[in-house]
Design a protein around this ligand. Structure first.
Ligand code: OSB
Ligand code: MG
Length: 372
């Protein structure tokens, strides 16, 4: 697979409904899309970095610069046996995992098309359909949140996750449980608490949640291990797990009992698969997280979710929850049973709507191997 050129572009897409977490509210996305032009055809991927460095240190501009100055030049003009091999070419660049994932995953997409196989099979997946949950942000009122939960349950989603932060947690969970005593429910704090709040976090146990996601600091596995000992509720780590190594440490220290895998956060499919395998060997269930992706990133999340140990419903939901019109065809659809059926087509099974993408593009740059 020879990498002849790379196109990076930024598109703007307004969200159907704002999304609010403990670190802020998003109303529209600035999304980076990367196209790897290879001799066997184009591969596409999305960089999931946010507009601001709040979820993690990467953001749109850092990803753009890291890709154009360091990552693209490391692979341009090269012939790779497989996408898996590009990790070694990036090893000099510390961090910037979302930027790395965009390029590596575009090569996985190109490789699947070149080999004429579905991406999910190339990744080693086996599921023919995947279970879906939803992540519901902080709303303007509890009433509004309850209405949203009602809509998502009616649509068939199999797990409801709500965002929490001090002041929007126990009071909210109480109202949810009063109305739905038995639904599969979890919460995500995006690091909104500290270890001083153990007693408060312990009070979440009464809601028999499936998990509490990332209660403490992103860079602290040790304190999560301490906290997990104090809680009956399983801790799920998101931000803290940035590599197979951090996943191994989290499991060895008992910092969590569930892991959320986001392919962007960990630097690409190769690392995501490693984390999946480590968890599988230790009987720790994983699920696929989301980053408010367009259809291109969403299609990659779907492919990853077919791996065997993705045994809990992911934050992989239908296109229409996010976008008036998605940039892939068909759009991602979720059945009334809360499932996405996996395509047998080569590549992701979703076509990229290049004309629409062109219209949404606000910035574009094509990089080519420098002539010798
Ligand atoms: O913590 O899982 C998170 C969105 C942006 C940043 C972080 C997170 C999220 C979500 C949304 O929870 C998941 C989705 O619906 O894509
Ligand atoms: Mg999370």
């Amino acid at each position: 697979m020879k990498i002849e050129a790379i196109t990076l572009r930024e598109i703007h897409m307004p969200l159907v409904h704002f999304f609010e977490t403990s670190f802020g509210r998003t109303s529209g996305r600035r999304i980076l899309l990367l196209t790897a032009h290879c001799d066997g055809g184009d591969g596409w991927a999305e960089c999931v970095a946010g507009e601001d460095p709040y979820y993690c240190s990467e953001w749109t501009e850092s990803a753009w610069l890291t890709i154009t100055r360091y990552l693209a030049p490391a692979v341009l003009g090269r012939s790779l046996e497989s996408a898996r091999d590009c990790g070694a070419l990036f090893s000099r660049v510390r961090g910037h995992r979302m930027a790395k994932a965009a390029l590596e995953n575009a090569l996985w997409d190109a490789e699947a098309k070149q080999k004429n196989v579905p991406l999910w099979k190339l990744l080693g997946g086996s599921r023919t359909e995947i279970a879906c949950g939803v992540s519901i942000g902080i709303q303007d009122s509890v009433e509004q949140l309850l209405n949203k939960i009602e809509t998502e349950l009616a649509a068939g989603y199999r797990r409801i996750k709500v965002k929490v932060k001090p002041g929007w947690d126990v009071n909210v969970l109480e109202k949810i449980r009063a109305r739905w005593a038995d639904i599969t429910l979890s919460c995500d704090a995006n690091s909104a608490y500290t270890l001083d709040q153990v007693e408060h976090l312990r009070s979440f146990d009464q809601f028999h949640l499936l998990m509490i996601e990332q209660p403490l600091w992103d860079d602290d596995i040790f304190y999560h291990a301490r906290l997990q000992k104090e809680l009956r509720t399983a801790i799920c780590l998101d931000e803290s797990i940035v590599s197979a190594r951090t996943a191994a440490i989290a499991l060895e220290t008992g910092a969590c009992r569930i892991i959320n895998i986001k392919v962007g956060r960990v630097g690409g499919f190769t690392e995501a698969k490693k984390i999946h395998d480590i968890c599988h060997a230790q009987k720790i269930p994983v699920w696929c997280g989301g980053m408010l992706e367009s259809g291109i990133g969403r299609a990659h999340n779907i492919a990853l979710s077919t791996l065997e140990n993705f045994s809990l419903p992911g934050d992989v939901s239908a296109s229409k929850r996010y976008w008036k019109e998605d940039i892939i065809d068909p759009e991602v659809q979720v059945s009334p049973q809360g499932m996405i059926v996996i395509s047998e087509q080569p590549g992701t099974g979703y076509c990229v709507k290049e004309d629409l993408i062109e219209k949404l593009t606000v910035r574009k740059e094509t990089l080519r191997a420098s002539a010798v």
